[in-house]
Design a protein around this ligand. Structure first.
Ligand SMILES: Cc1cc2nc3c(=O)[nH]c(=O)nc-3n(C[C@H](O)[C@H](O)[C@H](O)COP(=O)(O)OP(=O)(O)OC[C@H]3O[C@@H](n4cnc5c(N)ncnc54)[C@H](O)[C@@H]3O)c2cc1C
Length: 373
């Protein structure tokens, strides 16, 4: 069996690894000339690490990460406690995105990745799918996986009329910088006023990842640094949490990433007989739950578990969709509960409820993570 995966992001590359482990020939197509990842940190939760363990790369991933904890403070520096949840519900691994995609690309095998080759369209036949690329070439495969992100071209053909939408007024600023010249005694995530939240987390290699988000932001004016500094005051009170402002002020303007958050609306279907969507292509969601990649990694594992060299592709994709669409309807509910929490303590509690649900599901439904050795 042969699979074509579109997109060499975290989910496309993990799909490539999972499908190869299932004994399927895989080629991953990426339209960029290199494997690239916006240079910032990424939190991976226990369910994603369980997938990487099953794929045989868990230790390598841990080696480029720092075990961290997601606890929130208020602007006055007080911890927002969530006594109904255990320590494990707050634990995640902070990795550098670019290092993760490099590691995943090595695990897929660089020979199995075609760079600078964009997906253009597909044509489905009874027993195969023909995939056409922007350079005029085409390839026949048994299955096509669209892991081409929030602006997915595969989705545009498979599910017309569901383009990515702006999460109106939701903006984020972030950077990874060296800690040189700073003392960063701990990690700190703050739920502030005016729907702002943010903080900083130390990386495994002596850097610090800072981020700042705002829901319902007024229109942006000024430089990216000015925008972030204008908002960081909403995270400070009584002289507390001043380090975040210092980190922002010390970051060169060109190193600050600023994004308008984009969402993919709930889709009526994720698959056809031989085409499936995975990752942000299927479910780009608001990063206030910091779990889009973690959940997309599960998509990849499930595809790898369901597709087998001699198996029935349409049946496997139907099973994938039957599992994932209801799962994401629930994710959307839990995510909305966090977003619309009326107070910071309730935000913290709904957040812990979401991570508890997400990570405990692996023990309740181990078959979701089935990836054969
Ligand atoms: C501010 C922010 C913070 C976040 N923090 C976290 C976090 O801490 N933890 C977490 O789990 N998630 C987090 N997320 C979510 C996470 O970043 C995404 O869910 C994840 O990166 C999606 O990966 P992907 O592989 O599906 O898509 P992408 O990373 O978008 O990759 C898609 C790939 O497809 C390629 N491509 C696109 N079109 C084509 C085409 N036509 N032909 C060929 N290739 C194509 C692109 O170049 C790209 O390489 C965060 C998101 C944001 C915005």
């Amino acid at each position: 069996m042969r699979a074509v995966v579109i997109g060499a992001g975290i989910v496309g590359l993990t799909s490539g690894i999972a499908l190869r482990r299932s004994g399927i020939d895989v080629v991953v197509y990426e339209h960029a000339p290199e494997i690239r990842a916006a240079g910032a940190g990424l939190g991976l939760w226990a369910n994603a690490l369980a997938v990487f363990d099953e794929l045989g790369i868990g230790e390598q991933v841990r080696a480029i990460g720092k075990p961290s904890e997601m606890y929130f403070h208020d602007p006055a520096g007080r911890l927002l406690e969530t006594p109904e949840f255990g320590a494990e519900d707050h634990q995640y691994l902070l990795v550098h995105r670019a290092k993760l995609t490099d590691l995943l690309a090595d695990a897929v095998g660089r020979d199995n990745i075609r760079l600078a080759t964009g997906f253009q369209a597909y044509h489905e036949h009874d027993d195969h799918v023909t995939v056409r690329f922007t350079d005029g070439t085409s390839e026949d495969a048994d299955v096509l996986v669209g892991a081409d992100g929030a602006y997915s071209t595969v989705r545009a053909q498979l599910v017309p009329g569901f383009p990515a939408q702006e999460h109106r007024g939701h903006h984020v600023w972030r950077a990874v910088i060296p800690t040189t010249g700073f003392t960063v005694p701990d990690d700190r995530l703050i739920l502030g006023h005016h729907r702002c939240r943010g903080g900083y987390v130390r990386t495994y290699d002596g850097h610090v990842y800072w981020l700042l988000n705002q829901f319902d932001s007024p229109p942006l004016t000024g430089t990216r640094k000015e925008q972030a500094l204008e908002r960081v005051v909403h995270l400070q009170e009584d002289g507390q949490n001043s380090l975040l402002a210092e980190l922002i002020a010390a970051t060169p303007e060109e190193q600050i990433l600023q994004n308008q958050i984009m969402l993919v609306p709930p889709l009526p279907h994720w698959v056809s007989a031989r085409v499936a969507l995975a990752g942000d292509a299927a479910h780009a969601m608001s990063p206030h739950i910091t779990a889009g990649a973690t959940l997309g990694i599960e998509d990849a594992a499930l595809l790898g578990g369901l597709l087998t060299p001699a198996g029935d592709v349409p049946a496997a994709l139907a099973a994938y969709q039957a599992t994932q669409i209801p799962r994401y309807a629930h994710v959307a509910q839990l995510s909305a509960a966090v977003e619309h929490a009326p107070t910071p303590p309730e935000f913290a509690r709904h957040y812990a409820a979401f991570s508890h649900w997400m990570i405990s599901r692996q023990t309740q439904h181990p078959e979701q993570h089935a990836v054969r050795a």
